[in-house]
Each structure stands twice: as C-alpha cells, then as structure tokens.
Design a protein around this ligand. Structure first.
Ligand SMILES: Nc1nc2c(ncn2[C@@H]2O[C@H](COP(=O)(O)OP(=O)(O)OP(=O)(O)O)[C@@H](O)[C@H]2O)c(=O)[nH]1
Ligand code: SF4
Ligand SMILES: [Mg+2]
Length: 409
C-alpha cells in the first residue's frame, strides 16, 4: 500500500495537552519530542504506523491550535491545512479545564471540513473537571479517557479507533471492470519522456490491481499494440492506454473492445470523474484573454516533464483557437487568486490521498471554477471522448448532459 492510499490521522489540540505523547503511545515508539514547554511541536510530523487491528495509517502530530504571535498564527494555519487533508482527527484535551475559544474554533473547523474525529481527554490520572464533562455533554461530544503517563486507556483507544476509522472503500482503478481470466491490455509508450528504467505509479498500480483480480495482463508499447491484439486468441475485455497516445490507440483498437486511459482510471479513483467530464463544457466556453490554471499537485511530475507546461497548453490553444493566458502551478496549494481563472486542468493527483484530491475539487467548486483533469481533457481534445469514458456509466451520463447542451448552442 502506498502512502497516498493510507488513511491520514491528524492529532490536534491546544499546546501541551499531550498530543506528541499520544503519538508516541499510539506508535509504541518515542518518535516525537515531548516536553513541558508549550509549543514544542512547531511543524507537522508524519509517522507511518500499523494500527492494529485496523491496518497501516499515517499519524500526524501537529502544533498547538492556541499558539501565539506571528509564528504561532503560521503554525495554526499549517495545522488547519493538515486537518483539511486528514481522513480522521484525534482531538486531545486537558482534563482540568473547560474547552477554550481556540478549542471551540477547531471543533467548528472539523465540522465544516466534515472530518470525523474522536475527543480524547489526556492526563486523566490527574482527575477530570466536572465542568468540562458538562460542557462535552452539552456539545454532544463523546470522549475517551487516556493517560499517556500511565498508559491507561491507550489499548482501548486503539481498539476504538480501529472500529470508528473511516472504512469507506475508495473506487478501485480497475477491479470492478474486470473478472478472472479476462485479458487486459495495458499500452505504455516508452518515449524520451518516460522515466528511466521504470513504469509510472498509475501504470504499476493498475497492473497490480488487474493481477489481483486474476486477469491476464498484456503490457505493450503503442507501436506493438496492433500485433499484440492480433496475437491474442480471445478478445480483450479492456484496453488501458497512456493518455498521450489515446488517438493512435483509439484507431488501433476495434470499436467493440472497451478502451480507457490510466488517467481516467485515476480520475475516478482519486477524484470525481463526472465532475471532470462536466468541466469539459468550459473548454468550449473559453474566450480570448481567459486565464487557465494547469495545476500539478507536486513538483515531481513523473510523466513527461513537458506535459503540463508544453503539451496541454499547445493542445488547448489548438483546440479552442483562442489567445489564452495559461499558467502552470506546481505544489500543494492552489494560487491565492484562484477565482481569476476560468478553468482548472488538474494533474492526476497520483501522489495525493483521495481526501486531498477531493479537497482540491471542493476548493474549485467553492470559487465556482470548473475543473477537469489531464486525462479527461487530453482524451477530449484528441476526440477520444466519449469512447474512453465507455466503461463508466456515471461519466457517460455526465457526457450526455453536457453534449446535448453544447450541441444545442
Ligand atoms: N500528568 C500527565 N502529563 C502528561 C501526560 N501526557 C503528557 N504529559 C505531559 O504534558 C507535557 C506536554 O506533552 P507533549 O506531548 O509535549 O504535549 P503536546 O500537546 O505535544 O505539546 P506541544 O507540542 O507543545 O503543543 C509534557 O510535560 C508531558 O510529559 C499524562 O498523561 N499525564
Ligand atoms: S501528483 Fe500530479 S504532478 Fe505529482 S506525479 Fe502525480 S500526476 Fe504528476
Ligand atoms: Mg507536541
């Protein structure tokens, strides 16, 4: 399991409540620094751990949400950012006093971001304040009692976490599209832009998932695709290609064989495929002078370096025949002027968790900017839509919706 597939658990709370102590207790190791000085943890610290009986998770220690001064505000912002990308939160509080303003604020934040969480009263060997219990009851908050000093309640907390951690199954890449003994053909062009000596993550993950389903996987370059297809004794169930050669592959694969791209598989796995399909409508609405954002979620794009900076801008200009202002931004955050753009073309997000990708889609929706991803946009601009969407009912419905609107214009 790669780290972007593991659930991310953020440990949040006021300074000095014992967040770092709890991370050490949960991981069973002294991984992070604990001290009686408030503000010891300044930057989020991520640790991978096996939370038995749940499975592997990433646990994130954060800075206190009541940190002070200019630096403190920066740290709080970082904590909120971590929170927005977490799948679950552990809210650690002191036993001796009621929740203060910053704690009530973080509860609001959790609610707004729709992050499931558990409240943990630490240092319970010191005794719990009755007023606090009353307040938690009024807020309707359930809680667990622990003492990181004595170890009391830690085992029970782990057990509880295993039960309540989100088990929502992410949409698979291919598992639901195939069955045992089906033949699956993966088209992997090895050109100058391909990374040396290896395949990229979406290809490897798809291959693994297809093998797990007991399918027969044929991997070929685009150049050998025709002879690969001719050499098969039975019709393949599905052909999955790199987006960049989708036009050639569409021509080479007979119409009665299902075809899609790795990027479209990834769009469903991490993102929101129908939302991306609906975003295609905006490509046709772009006007001279419009700003388009090409968003890459990390700085190392494993595919061809120029896909975002050169190829997509070229294809988009050719397709729209408009003078567009196209900007490429890499990194974890969108630019602050997001609302100035008319369209976001997002990378596959292979290094992001589903939650992170969903947050980025939500941010785009919040400012009302249509979003598509590389794979869907590339297939569309190469005339491979709706063909490459055929395996996905919900994407076809979205396509029908916008296609009838676009043709009615
Ligand atoms: N009495 C008691 N003290 C504890 C317990 N857990 C942690 N502490 C103490 O509380 C202090 C703060 O612990 P940390 O784990 O550093 O707390 P933190 O929330 O990470 O603090 P910051 O990083 O500064 O926000 C330390 O002196 C710990 O020894 C506990 O269960 N009981
Ligand atoms: S997260 Fe985006 S930019 Fe980073 S490697 Fe994956 S597809 Fe490329
Ligand atoms: Mg700490």
């Amino acid at each position: 399991m790669i780290s972007s597939d593991k659930k991310h658990i953020a440990v949040v709370g006021r300074r000095n409540t014992g967040k770092s102590s709890l991370v050490n207790r949960l991981t069973g190791q002294d991984l992070v620094i604990v001290s009686s000085t408030p503000g010891t943890t300044t930057d989020p610290v991520k640790k991978s751990m096996e939370l038995l009986p749940y499975g592997p998770v990433i646990i994130i220690d954060t800075a206190g949400i009541d940190d002070e001064g200019e630096l403190g505000t920066l740290r709080i912002n970082k904590t909120v950012k971590i929170l927005s990308e977490a799948d679950f939160a552990i809210f650690v509080i002191e036993p001796s006093q009621k929740l203060n303003e910053s704690e009530v604020k973080i509860l609001d934040e959790l609610e707004q971001l729709e992050i499931p969480f558990i409240t943990v009263i630490n240092k319970v060997e010191l005794g719990i304040d009755y007023e606090l219990l009353l307040q938690l009851k009024q807020l309707g908050l359930e809680y667990s009692n622990v003492s990181c000093n004595t170890g009391e309640g830690i085992y029970e907390l782990k057990e509880k976490l295993s039960v309540i951690l989100p088990k929502e199954i992410e949409p698979p890449l291919v598992a639901d599209l195939v069955k045992s003994n089906d033949i699956i053909v993966l088209v992997v062009p090895i050109d100058l832009g391909a990374p040396k000596g290896r395949l990229i993550m979406p290809q490897v993950q798809t291959l693994r998932e297809a093998l797990d389903e007991d399918t027969i996987v044929v991997v070929t370059k685009d150049k050998e695709l025709r002879s690969a297809l001719n050499s098969l004794s039975k019709k393949p169930k599905l052909v999955i290609t790199d987006s960049q050669v989708v036009m050639k592959v569409t021509a080479d694969v007979p119409d009665d064989i299902l075809l899609t791209t790795f990027s479209i598989l990834m769009a469903r796995h991490k993102g929101d495929l129908p939302e991306y399909v609906r975003g295609l409508r905006q490509i046709e609405n772009l006007q001279n002078g419009d700003k388009v954002l090409i968003a890459e979620a990390c700085t190392h794009h494993a595919q061809e370096d120029d896909i975002g900076t050169v190829k997509i801008p070229r294809w988009l200009r050719n397709h729209t025949k408009k003078e567009l202002e196209i900007e490429v931004k890499s990194g974890h955050d969108y630019p602050s002027n997001l609302s100035e753009y008319k369209l976001i073309i997002h990378c596959g997000g292979c290094m992001l968790t589903r939650r992170m990708m969903q947050t980025r889609i939500k941010q785009a929706k919040y400012v009302g900017i249509p979003i598509v991803n590389y794979g869907v946009a590339i297939s569309y601009m190469h005339g491979a839509v709706p063909r490459a969407l055929q395996p996905f009912e919900e994407a076809l419905v979205a396509w029908e919706e916008i296609n009838s609107e676009m043709t009615a214009k």
